[in-house]
Design a protein. Structure first.
Length: 383
């Protein structure tokens, strides 16, 4: 039965630790044949430093005292290479109770130890990362590891979070919306998911985080958990919000709506008119039309360097929106080159009155309201 053991070794030692039996599994593990080792002390398998510290004798003494010794350590093969073994020394006693010998069983765990050491090195490396949260979740989303970056980011110690569900860092709104489950499901489906959102610290404060979640699978492809990486982007988000507020204020200042007469407002356009600014312009204009009960709006383009098809479309959309609110639009500041551009582009401004200057446009508006006399079409300059 012993000879059939090939994945480990099961041998007999005498009471002094001399090898008394050997088999194929022992030869495979140590590279020693029976002829090489039977009759020699078991210390031949121990590293020199362990022999120098009398480890072989101490192992036998511990087994004799307790009846059994369970240990792990390096053993030396015949070629000098080392193998990490788990070994058990069991004491055999005679009828008198005296130690009759020992049974030693051992198994090669070198590969497992290398994997454990590699994992430990990775964990030590991850634990040293201070700027990022790098943690491991199990397949259910429970936290299984915690690093320095996670502690600094959230304020939690490892003992407070290990075994807890990762949803503890999500806002109540996101939790109710199933955000955690959605992210984990997407990570499994896509292989990785990246999101940004608000997360909660230990003290209840919020921080804006960039988060990446990827699945962990075993050799057979089965899902065993997730790795989650997060970084605090609160400062960046605050800067972006500040820039956006400043941009909005600039847009507001660059598109002022001015009331020049009762029921008459002027929108002077200055600079380039893009889609974002045009949308803001239309929104501001419609709000002022409603607030001032304006019947006439003058769109002054004297400050616009050029009119292209995009600018013209924005203007027409603004005019149409004002018309739907019952307001008449007048285009002022039309210079010769702008007029030529409008004609060249083939833009139809039918129904839109236009004047060369803001003064002329204001006079037309007052005539249309009956404030001053005269024909609103005097001069033949209506488009």
């Amino acid at each position: 039965m012993i000879d059939s053991v090939t994945e480990g070794m099961l041998i007999r030692l005498d009471a002094t630790g001399v090898v008394a039996s050997w088999h194929a599994g022992a030869e495979r593990l140590t590279q020693y044949s029976a002829e090489d080792i039977i009759g020699r002390d078991i210390s031949i398998l121990y590293p020199p430093e362990e022999v120098a510290s009398d480890r072989p004798a101490r192992d036998l003494a511990a087994a004799a005292q307790a009846g059994r010794l369970d240990a792990e350590g390096w053993w030396v093969r015949k070629d000098g290479s080392q193998v990490w073994c788990t070994y058990i020394v069991t004491t055999m006693r005679g009828r008198s109770g005296a130690v009759h010998g020992y049974v030693l069983s051992a198994r090669d765990l070198t590969e497992r130890r290398e994997e454990e050491l590699a994992l430990r090195r990775i964990e030590q490396m991850v634990d040293g990362i201070a700027d990022y949260e790098v943690i491991r979740l199990d397949s259910q989303g429970l936290i299984r590891s915690w690093n320095l970056g996670a502690r600094r980011l959230t304020g939690y110690e490892a003992a407070e979070v290990i075994g807890q569900h990762v949803s503890m860092f999500y806002t109540d709104e996101d939790t109710r919306a199933g955000q955690v489950e959605s992210e984990l499901t997407a990570a499994v489906r896509e292989g990785r998911v990246e999101v940004e959102g608000w997360r909660i610290r230990r003290d209840g404060s919020r921080f804006w985080a960039s988060i990446s979640v990827a699945p962990i699978r075993d050799d057979s492809g089965e899902l065993t958990g997730f790795v989650k990486v997060a970084k605090d982007l609160t400062e960046r988000r605050q800067q972006e919000e500040l820039v956006q507020r400043q941009r909005d204020e600039i847009l507001e200042l660059s598109t002022p709506v001015i009331q020049v007469w009762e029921r008459v407002i002027v929108l002077p356009l200055i600079g380039t008119l893009d889609s974002v600014r045009a949308a803001r312009l239309t929104e501001s204009l419609l709000e002022r039309i409603a607030a001032d009960l304006a019947e006439i709006v003058i769109l002054d383009v004297s400050g616009v360097p050029a009119i292209d098809s995009g600018v013209a479309r924005h203007l027409l959309k603004t005019v149409e929106a004002a018309r739907l609110m019952g307001t008449v639009s007048i285009l002022s500041g039309v210079r010769p080159e702008i007029a030529q551009s409008i004609v060249h582009l083939g833009i139809d401004l039918e129904g839109l009155r236009s004047r060369a200057s803001l003064k002329d446009a204001l006079q037309l508006a007052l005539r249309m309201l009956g404030v001053v006399g005269g024909d609103s079409d005097t001069g033949g300059r209506d488009a």
